[in-house]
Design a protein around this ligand. Structure first.
Ligand code: ADP
Ligand code: MG
Length: 462
């Protein structure tokens, strides 16, 4: 239920397991790390509940209109009373005009009751957010649903968002003959075992694959968006982004042009070699980007990685604009610049380094497979790391807003048409007068039609 996984997934000692899934073979011990209100399910329920009670900007408009509307209606009802009593008495005699006065007064108050106006937005929000949750789109605040369809630019992080975030080591290049490939990986995986970066995991997995045992690491340091350093067996080792000089290396260039991320390994303060890591693009990424372009929305890839590999990945999925080699702290500046021309910008990310950019964006979308801090900074969380849900979320946003607008129209339409009718304005001309019983019916009818219209969201295809 949590990740929508339909194919069995291999689990090893130390793997995370999710509650309420099926263990196909054998048995195992597991430790419950989060129980009760700490579980992901409880968190999802909390988010959905909170957000269904949140408000849209448009609701403030409806409230403002209501606050003017009610006194205007009261004045109108009083005018009707005065006119019926004076003009009516003159033409009809007092006793008959008095009953018309009462009919008009009660009729106006009943039909003008703005309850449908009050229901128009919240009912659509409840249904829209509920529908999103059903599809694995967790919306934290109704305002993001209101803004999403108006977004003009969507910024995607590369690793873990456009790519699967399960990178693998593909090449090891030795630059210093004192080390073998195995030794290089041994140093690298020892030090990367302290980091939780996707690239670090790839290097650690490679170490496990060739059955290396990690050495002891001291003085470990990680600089976000740059790399890691420390001492392995008292020898200083660092793994980092190759700088401008090393990028000109023919082999590095070739690997980067294949979309691989190349990191530099320094042992004892000298370049020992390079490790190339490749991550596959998510299967449905290309269709998603195409769909987004068809909606007239621009796409941008934002990454700390090298421009060659970034360009390769961007091209593979059809993203036109690439902003690469951006340090995590500068990612939010990039978003700010994109917002400069007044367009709403959405950011889709997963990593710790994406959190500032997510905070800066107008609509922040995080992958539930990503870091907790990214999820915490987001307005919308996509379960199962499925980026196709970005497209569905945009459609849901549009559909919900359409329903809200229809609701507001119908709520008003009833009132505007009903009030003169109830006041008996048409009585002298056509002899039409709205009986308060029908006014009551129409009033209930408008609320029912608003609720039914909101429920229609459930059947709209996204
Ligand atoms: P992204 O924006 O694609 O998520 P990051 O900002 O996390 O990328 O990292 C940018 C670059 O910094 C990486 O491509 C890599 O060269 C280097 N880097 C960051 N962390 C590590 C690490 N733990 N090990 C090796 N290299 C790293
Ligand atoms: Mg990332």
């Amino acid at each position: 239920m949590i990740n929508g996984e339909s194919i069995p997934v291999d689990k090893k000692v130390g793997s995370f397991v999710i509650g309420a899934t099926i263990n196909k073979q054998g048995s195992f011990y597991y430790k419950a790390s989060n129980v009760g209100s700490d579980t992901m399910l409880a968190e999802i329920i909390r988010i959905v509940k909170d957000s269904q009670g949140s408000r849209m900007e448009i609701q403030n408009l409806a409230d403002k209109i209501s606050s003017v509307f009610v006194p205007v209606v009261l004045v109108f009802a009083l005018i009707a009373v005065i006119v019926w009593l004076t003009v009516g008495t003159y033409y009809l005699g007092f006793s008959e005009s008095f009953s018309y006065t009462m009919l008009a007064f009660v009729g106006i108050l009943v039909i003008a009751c703005p309850c449908a106006l009050g229901l128009a937005t919240p009912t659509a929000i409840v249904v829209g957010i509920g529908k999103g949750a059903e599809k694995g789109i967790l919306i934290k605040d109704a305002k993001s649903l209101e803004k999403l369809y108006k977004v003009k630019k969507i910024v995607f992080d590369k690793t873990g968002t456009v790519t699967k975030g399960q990178p693998k080591v593909t090449d090891v290049i030795i630059k210093d003959d004192r080390y073998t490939k195995e030794q290089l990986i041994s140093y690298a995986s020892s030090i990367e075992s302290k980091s939780s970066h996707p690239l670090a995991r790839a290097i650690v997995d490679e170490g496990l694959r060739v059955k290396l045992v990690n050495k002891k690491v001291i003085n470990f340091k990680e600089s976000e968006g740059v790399g890691v350093s420390g001492e392995v067996d008292k020898i200083p080792v660092s793994i980092k982004k190759p700088d401008t000089k090393e990028i000109e290396n023919k082999e590095v260039k070739r690997l980067q042009e294949q979309g691989k991320t190349v990191v530099l390994v320094e042992i004892d303060k000298k370049i020992a070699g390079f490790i190339a890591i490749s991550d596959t693009v998510k299967e449905n990424a290309k269709e998603l980007i195409e769909g987004i372009h068809n909606l007239g929305i621009d796409t941008v890839m934002l990454t700390g990685d090298n421009s060659r590999s970034a360009n390769y990945i961007a091209k593979a999925v059809g993203i036109k604009n690439v902003i690469s080699e951006v340090l995590p702290k500068d990612k939010s500046d990039v978003i700010r610049k994109l917002q400069n021309d007044g367009s709403l910008v959405a950011m889709v990310g997963d990593g710790i380094n994406d959190a500032p950019a997510l905070m800066q964006s107008d609509v922040a979308i995080a992958m539930a497979t990503g870091s907790d801090i990214a999820i915490e900074s987001s307005d919308i969380t996509l379960l199962g790391g499925d980026i196709e849900k970005v497209f569905q979320a945009i459609k849901l946003s549009k559909a919900t807003i359409n329903i809200v607008k229809q609701n507001l129209f119908w709520a008003f339409f009833y009132n505007v048409v009903g009030i003169p009718l109830a006041a008996g304005v048409f009585y002298p001309i056509w002899g039409i007068f709205l009986n308060p019983i029908f006014a009551g019916l129409a009033m209930a009818g408008s609320s029912i039609s608003v609720v039914l219209n909101s429920l229609r969201l459930n059947r709209i295809k996204i």
